[in-house]
Design a protein around this ligand. Structure first.
Ligand code: DLL
Length: 454
């Protein structure tokens, strides 16, 4: 059964349907007052419950009382990926572990993942915000949602799943892979919404074309695409191939997963960040000072209502800018423009976040390998492909069969450690380029347009 908030019709372009109209169209003055109330409460909560953050507050000489206005958030210390790593796995949780109903994880910068947890209330909030997100992207109660985001520790699959159910949709929990079967199911079931990474959606389109299936002629209407950077040319391409309106959705595990911000299908011009639950800032990554509305910098997010893992000024590393211009859809929440890149070295390979340092951590000490490696990025059709070049030690056998076996062993090890399948090339001793200063660990052979996701 759908649990729409308030009563409303299914909507049209001038009065679009919303999952939570009161919250989504709240006048900005009321929204700011609500944020301040919630921020005060959340800072007090974190200060009392999370020793690691309390120590950071003390080091920065702030207490929750330092906050007089929303702008005062600038006095508070940032939280970074390293804080999660230093307190691995549960040290930033604000509730006893027994109250955490679900764990998810994303890539950390070393061998250990970044672990996030959800209480019952957090899961409920996540479903609500994902229902909002999917409705914003064009989904309606009763629609069939083909969910090709990966299920598992990644937040995409289950996040979209529970959001679609909360909205009252029929979910097809297909996860990633098995693309021909996906095309068949989309056609046979009559999916209206496709949830996937944009690169996988392109893969689906190509496979469908190869199978002689015209997806544009099917009932598919909208795509809710995210989890990796993409661009306007890629949007146009996806819309043409799939015969849909393609909408950008954004989120990150540390804050919630998907459901932090979503474009509306009406304007398709920036992602409404759900400000009743998050405070968004953009900072200059050099000076770390907040930037005025509209200027490009790094997105920083503070959660206002999270229980298990409340975050104060989390540095997302995502580069974007905010816009408070009114939107034609009627939603009042600030818009986050397309994320154009990151200011760290994280790669996103088929929607999976990968840090070069993780690859290194997995390779070091692997039997028969010298400590030299290089990651080569290339294009494989619409997808980014990663080849890891490793070097065998002088005493490891160098015949073709032995190298192929070693490549297979390394490939399986990398898949199990970092969750992505990549090609492995075993090089002879001395063949992997040596550092002449800073090691060049990543060789990017994608063309410039591909790198920008075009
Ligand atoms: O990717 C959550 C998600 C799932 C979002 C499904 C949208 C759809 P993580 O695995 O923690 O969470 O990766 C978060 O992915 O900091 C960005 O760098 C990138 N990212 C996510 N959405 C977008 C987007 C999920 N729409 C990291 N555009 C973030 C550009 C995105 N980058």
């Amino acid at each position: 059964m759908t649990s729409l908030k308030g009563s409303q019709s299914i909507g049209d372009e001038s009065h679009p349907f919303m999952f939570d109209r009161d919250a989504e169209t709240m006048p900005r003055g009321n929204l700011a007052a609500l944020q301040l109330r919630r921020l005060r409460k959340s800072l007090t909560y974190v200060y009392q419950k999370v020793a690691h953050i309390r120590r950071k507050f003390e080091a920065a000489d702030v207490t929750p009382e330092t906050l007089g206005s929303l702008a005062d958030i600038a006095h508070f210390p940032f939280t970074e990926k390293t804080d999660l790593r230093d307190t691995y796995p549960f040290g930033l949780f604000a509730v006893p572990r027994e109250q955490v109903l679900r764990l998810h994880a994303s890539s950390g910068t070393t061998g250990k993942p970044t672990v996030v947890g959800y209480t019952r209330a957090d899961l409920d909030l996540w479903s609500d915000l994902m229902a909002r997100t999917l409705a914003c992207a064009g989904a309606r109660p009763g629609d069939i949602v083909h969910n090709a985001y990966g299920y598992g520790l990644f937040t995409g699959g289950l996040g979209a799943h529970y959001g679609a159910e909360r909205l009252g949709c029929t979910v097809v929990p297909v996860s990633g892979g098995g693309t021909e079967r996906q095309v068949m199911l989309m056609r046979d079931f009559g999916a209206a919404i496709l949830c996937a990474t944009p690169s996988y959606a392109l893969n689906i389109a190509e496979v469908a074309a190869g199978m002689g299936v015209d997806i544009a002629a099917l009932p598919l209407r909208y795509g809710a695409f995210g989890a990796e950077p993409w661009s306007e040319p890629m949007r146009c391409d996806l819309e043409a191939r799939l015969g849909i309106t393609a909408v950008d959705i954004y989120g990150l595990s540390e804050i919630l997963g998907p459901g932090v911000a979503a474009e509306c299908h009406v304007a398709q011009d920036g992602l409404h960040g759900w400000e009743d639950h998050f405070l968004f800032e953009v900072i200059d990554p050099e000076t770390l000072r907040p930037l005025p509305m509209g200027e490009a910098g790094e997105l920083v997010i503070t959660t206002l209502t999270k229980e298990a893992l409340p975050m104060v000024r989390y540095r997302t590393r995502d580069i974007t800018r905010l816009s408070d211009e009114p939107c034609t859809c009627g939603r009042t929440h600030v818009r986050i423009k397309r994320v154009t890149g990151r200011n760290d070295d994280m790669l996103i390979i088929r929607g999976v976040n990968v840090y070069p340092s993780q690859v290194e951590a997995a390779l070091i000490g692997f039997p028969g390998l010298a400590p030299h490696y290089q990651i080569v990025l290339a294009r494989d059709g619409p997808l980014d492909a990663m080849t890891v070049e490793v070097e065998r030690t002088g005493d490891a056998p160098g015949d073709a069969a032995a190298c192929a076996k070693q490549a297979g062993d390394v490939q399986r090890h990398l898949k199990s450690m970092i969750g992505v399948t990549c090609a492995v090339a075993v090089k002879a001793p001395g063949e992997v380029p040596r550092s002449q200063g800073k090691a060049v660990r990543v060789k990017d052979e994608r063309d410039g347009a591909a790198r920008r996701g075009e």
